[in-house]
Design a protein around this ligand. Structure first.
Ligand code: SAH
Length: 259
């Protein structure tokens, strides 16, 4: 009987932001295929000394599938280590399909996505009572076109929090699309490069007016998250409504109401 292939989210970079389940599977695995430079090598510290480890950077999707299928024939546990969370921009369906077709069991372990790590690094909340209660995870069109109705301008029209992946090299277009959706010049934008990577994380805070120039000056053009949200900077403002969850008059399962 063949082994199981696990798609494991390695988290955003820091070795201790992988899940406990992810580390357990890495420690068990007979073979690990990691996703090139985006996955911090630190995660590989969890593997056994005799684990077969390969980098998929130079492989096509077919080669990745072949590698995983071949290893699953020999090992009970095979790990495909992905950056952040495997369900986001990770070609999960394309890689899992040939495994499904080969009758190999597939498991998925979630990971801390870079959007969450970026918000944490910047000390920001992405939801704020009466300001925004919604997040959109998206990107700008590149080689992958955006489906109908999902242009950044159309999504930005909601005025909610936007976590924009894979778009830092087109920050000027991001700014143009937010403007065309009606965002003001003073709308706050946070860019986080290499969130959680020890010694490599950089955070830029700006507005629609200056964020593109800041990125250019700092030389940030890859592996960065763009957070655009009316909730940014909330800790410096005291005018926003306080969440009903902590309101003394609001009863919930763990606490009785005081009125
Ligand atoms: N599955 C991953 C995303 C892969 S797409 C996740 O859940 O995070 C790659 C994009 O993710 C990059 O272009 C960048 O926008 C973002 N990204 C990945 N790691 C990052 C990090 N440590 N800091 C900031 N952005 C990161």
């Amino acid at each position: 009987m063949s082994g199981q292939v696990w798609f494991v989210g390695a988290g955003p970079g820091a070795a201790d932001l992988i899940t406990v389940r992810g580390t357990r599977l890495l420690a068990e695995a007979g073979a690990v295929l990691y996703a090139g430079s985006l996955v911090s090598k630190a995660a590989l510290e969890w593997t056994r000394a005799d684990c077969e480890i390969a980098n998929s950077a130079g492989m096509t999707l077919d080669e990745i599938a072949y590698w995983l299928i071949e290893r699953a024939a020999r090992h009970a546990t095979v790990v495909r280590l992905q950056t952040g969370d495997p369900s986001l921009y990770g070609a999960l369906a394309e890689m899992a399909r040939p495994l499904d077709a080969a009758g190999i069991r597939v498991g998925i372990v979630p990971g801390v996505s870079s959007a969450m790590a970026s918000a944490a690094a910047a000390g920001e909340t992405l939801t704020l009572p009466e300001v925004t209660q919604t997040l959109i995870f998206t990107r700008i069109a590149g080689r992958t076109p955006m489906p109908e109705g999902e242009s950044l301008a159309a999504l930005a029209a909601h005025g909610c929090s936007l976590c924009i992946y894979l778009s830092i090299d087109r920050i000027a277009s991001v700014v143009a699309e937010l403007r065309s959706a009606g965002w003001s010049d003073s709308a706050p934008i946070v860019v986080v490069e290499k969130a959680s990577w020890p010694g490599e994380e950089r955070i830029l805070r700006g507005t629609l007016t200056d964020i593109a120039a800041q990125c250019r000056e700092a030389g940030i053009d890859r592996q960065a998250m763009i957070l655009a949200s009316p909730a940014l900077g909330a800790r410096e403002r005291d005018t926003t409504a306080v969440s009903r969850l902590y309101d003394a008059g609001f009863a919930h399962g763990f606490r009785g109401s005081t009125d």
